[in-house]
Design a protein around this ligand. Structure first.
Ligand code: EAX
Length: 347
């Protein structure tokens, strides 16, 4: 049974309760044996697979610290949008968050490579790249911004959902006002195929769909459904255009001032949460699609030829954008993903 969570009012910028150590001045407050609280905000609906993983994280941390460390999870955009929460984590108003990788190019440009569409065909290959050298290098880059990346969680493959009409081919995107994340490369791709991308923070999306400000949105199935975007936008298309990882972030000052033992407890619990999220994700889609169909929505699967047309639609985007990012990194990622199509395009 899939639980629908209550939706936050659009545009809510909740007051973030300041933690005892706000302002990023954590000093050496954490001697071995101290008790403290970690605030962890995210935009994902309560009960979604990510939050099941974060709840496990909280449980493990509490258990293994004999109750000294409390992790408070704030799901459902209670503490604001993703960019807002990364900034709140940077300055220490909260300790943790887990945004989509798309938000993080603003904090370290090398991560922008993951904002290119159609890199990965399956989640397993993505996990290998993220958990290996490339992923480690990218997480290390975030430290310059005062953030420690504990690992790569998962939002999943992003799919399309549109109001009123089904979209099967990229040409049919012409003129569609599509809500995108506030991510320059996402915007550039959709523009390059003739859509009208409208960047909005996640907490604004539901109302914008309802009011007709946008007529499409793209997110993994689970989030499309749990955030109720599939009520107005009930024509789904399995474009799988971007594999979207999420980075589990913690304030660097805060983390580095913890004892080695506490750092280990937190790191291990994050690793276990990530494994849980990934294995739940691999199971959840069919059940969700059945619910969406039951509620009158349509789900369009793409034939190989149709999917190829989507991949081809990104060639111009790659040509124009490869030189605007860390091109060597883009090549390494494409190579590691076994993606010869776009490697050839950008040679
Ligand atoms: O990270 O804004 C988005 O569409 C993101 O995919 C979502 O917030 C989860």
């Amino acid at each position: 049974m899939i639980r629908k969570s209550s939706l936050m009012a659009a545009g809510t910028v909740a007051a973030i309760g300041l933690s005892a150590w706000s302002g990023g001045e954590y000093g050496s407050a954490f001697a071995q044996g101290d008790s403290y609280t970690i605030k962890f905000g995210n935009v994902i609906s309560e009960g979604d697979t990510q939050n099941q993983g974060y709840d496990l994280f909280a449980e493990l941390v509490s258990e293994r610290s004999d109750g000294r460390i409390t992790v408070e999870i704030y799901p459902n955009s209670q503490l604001g949008g993703e960019r807002e929460m990364v900034e709140a984590t940077q300055v220490g108003n909260i300790e943790m968050t887990a945004p989509s990788v798309g938000v993080l190019a603003n904090f370290n440009k090398s991560l922008e490579v993951f904002d290119f569409p159609f890199i990965f065909e399956d989640a397993e290959t993505a996990h290998e790249v993220l958990d290996g050298e490339i992923g480690d290098e990218m997480l290390a880059g975030l430290q310059e911004s005062g953030l420690v990346g504990l690992g790569w969680g998962e939002n999943g493959f992003r799919n399309l959902a549109t109001v009123d009409k089904t979209v099967t081919t990229p040409d049919e995107m012409a003129g569609i006002k599509l809500r995108t994340m506030q991510v320059p490369k996402h915007i550039a791709y959709w523009e390059s195929i003739g859509a009208s991308p409208t960047p909005l923070a996640f907490p604004e999306v539901f109302t914008s769909l309802q009011q007709g400000v946008v007529d499409g949105v793209e997110n993994p199935y689970e989030l499309l459904y749990s955030a109720k975007f599939t009520e107005p936008a009930n024509h789904l298309t399995a474009t799988r255009h971007i594999y979207d990882p999420e980075v589990i972030l913690i304030n660097k000052d805060f983390f580095e001032n913890l004892s080695d033992e506490d750092q280990q407890i937190i790191q291990d619990a994050a690793d276990e949460a990530i494994s849980k999220i990934r294995s739940l994700k691999s199971e959840v889609s069919d059940e969700i699609l059945a619910e969406i169909r039951k509620e009158g929505g349509t789900v369009t699967e793409l034939s190989d030829a149709e999917r190829q047309a989507w991949i081809d639609s990104a060639k111009d985007f790659y040509k124009e954008n490869a030189s605007t990012v860390d091109t060597e990194m883009l090549k390494r990622v494409l190579e590691a993903a076994g993606n010869s199509t776009f490697l050839e395009v950008i040679q």
